[in-house]
Write a protein that binds this ligand. Structure first.
Ligand SMILES: Cc1ncc(COP(=O)(O)O)c(C=O)c1O
Length: 503
């Protein structure tokens, strides 16, 4: 038997003096009984002890393995209790386990076959993780070091005093009523959204709001339009819902629907970022907004309006939401506190049309679990007390300054490249000449501790106009921006291929 299951590791403590395993007491072997059980289980699962084989008597095995008879008896009893062996008149036999699944000793050495069966695991292509977001020039990361932590802590303590222990329960799936009301009041005033608190569903960031739109408004196989280049989170949500994603081009006026597309690919959902197209920064013109609303109505489609950073507008009057443009617009307005507060808060929302909101309650009970109640109550208080508005004002001024610094540095070091966007938000987009591969440049920048993103990584169908950099300034001070852009320029010069001279 010892040839099949191998010898056990003895120590002075677990049985045989002088046979201690582990140098310098690094790791003590498990008790003999546990070792014996594991060895026998592995041998059975691995097929080395086939079904029906008779195990040695407890007396024989105890002598062979150098353990007490009681140890073997207890090990056999344990294996019998979980069904590895059965005891009959002739002794203890290996049970007829299913050979499928039992073969191959755990743990599995290679994850590859498992991945092949996990249908969606290999579908995603992101090259960076969110953990890199702390690096300078990362798009979309706010100035975390300027967040008013003291005010947040006070608001959190207040919620704990008032709402505990009740707020430890699940809560309503659509979120804390106080927060839904506070968001609705803010959106009516700041973004021209037509809504009441009862239409607001709190989600775990905008991402869950997008997923929810897919689950509530589509069936697998439906067509969904997406801006190209566009937000990868929207594409991921559409993939999860098994939607047929159709890319729509983007120009200086935002999403540009080619004539005939409504008939050729009638959509069920259309993702847009009208206030500040992600990542090109274009503002969707009013003419196109009205056209989208009219056509969506005609063909029974829903527009997702992702207003992810529309609060940070630097020039002129705020551009009101598409949702509030006309009565009963077929728009699902999605928002997030990831930029206005901080990403780890994981609070976003979707504003449903009133008729849908009234009917969605039962579905939401099945799909969502509420939760994060203290954070939601704290955020509600933060908004009602004016702290949120003051924080937004401070951040708007800070980001305007940072954007100015970035624009000047880019103009100096990338004089011949076009800079896109800048009316609002926390990033600028720089078009690069074809000789400078944006993926190569971002990889080299990453090695230097900078994390702009390649514009082409947001493109469904990359082409010359999607070769560029998406450069964040939210988390990077004006002083850091200047040397960072210089580094980018040096790296770009090292990549640029000389243009061929005509003979
Ligand atoms: C276009 C766009 N929408 C939404 C979000 C916010 O997503 P979440 O609220 O899930 O953090 C982001 C964040 O990067 C974004 O870039």
């Amino acid at each position: 038997m010892i040839e099949i299951i191998g010898p056990l590791a003895h120590t002075a403590a677990n049985g045989r003096a002088g046979a201690s395993v582990g140098v310098g007491g690094a790791q003590k072997p498990a008790p003999l009984q546990k070792q014996l059980i594991e060895r026998l289980q592995q041998a059975i699962l691995g097929g080395r002890l086939p079904a029906g084989s008779l195990l040695p008597s407890s007396r024989l095995l105890s002598a062979e393995m150098g353990v007490s008879r009681n140890t073997v008896v207890i090990a056999y009893e344990h294996l019998a209790a979980v069904g590895y062996v059965v005891a009959d008149k002739k002794g203890t036999r290996v049970s007829p386990l299913s050979s499928r699944g039992a073969r191959g000793e755990p743990p599995a050495r290679s994850a590859a076959p498992q991945v092949a069966y996990a249908a969606r695991v290999g579908q995603f292509t992101a090259t960076r993780t969110h953990a890199d977001a702390a690096l300078p020039l990362t798009p979309g990361t706010p100035a975390l070091d300027r967040f008013p932590l003291a005010a947040w802590r006070r608001a959190l303590e207040r919620s704990m005093e008032r709402a505990l222990p009740l707020a430890l329960g699940y809560g309503t799936p659509a979120g804390e009523p106080a927060l839904r009301d506070a968001i609705a009041a803010h959106l009516r005033m700041a973004r021209g959204v037509r809504c009441e608190g009862s239409q607001v569903v709190i989600t775990e960031g905008a991402q869950e709001a997008l997923n929810l739109c897919v689950r509530l408004f589509t069936n697998p196989g439906d067509v969904a339009w997406i801006e190209d280049p566009g937000y990868r989170g929207a594409k991921a949500a559409f993939n999860q819902g098994d939607l047929a994603t159709v890319p729509m081009p983007v120009d200086a006026e935002g999403i540009s629907v080619p004539s005939g597309a409504w008939r050729a690919h009638p959509p069920k959902l259309i993702y847009t970022s009208p206030a500040h197209q992600y990542p090109t920064g274009a503002v969707l013109s009013v003419a196109r907004r009205l056209e989208l609303i009219a056509e969506a109505r005609r063909c029974g489609a829903w527009l997702i309006e992702d207003d992810y950073d529309g609060e940070f507008r630097y020039s002129g009057e705020p551009i009101a939401s598409m949702q509030g443009l006309v009565d009963d617009a077929p728009v699902l307005y999605v928002g997030s506190f990831s930029k206005t507060m901080f990403p780890a808060l994981r609070i976003g929302f979707v504003v449903l049309p009133p008729a849908i909101a009234a009917h969605a309650e039962v579905a939401l009970y099945e799909m969502l679990r509420g939760g994060h109640r203290l954070e939601q109550l704290t955020l509600a208080h933060f908004m009602q007390s004016g702290e949120f508005g003051r924080h937004l004002g401070r951040m708007r001024r800070l980001y305007r300054e940072r954007q100015q610094a970035l624009r000047e540095a880019l103009t100096e070091h990338f004089a011949s490249s076009e800079i896109l966007g800048g009316d609002c938000g926390m990033h600028l987009t720089l078009r690069l000449p074809p000789g400078i591969d944006d993926q190569v440049l971002t990889e080299r920048a990453f090695a230097k501790g900078l994390s702009p993103r390649a514009l082409s990584s947001f493109a469904l169908k990359p082409h010359a106009a999607t070769n560029g950099l998406v450069i964040g300034y939210g988390n990077t001070s004006a002083e850091e921006l200047v040397p960072a852009v210089r580094v980018l320029a040096e790296l770009a010069a090292g990549i640029e291929k000389p243009r061929r001279r005509r003979a």
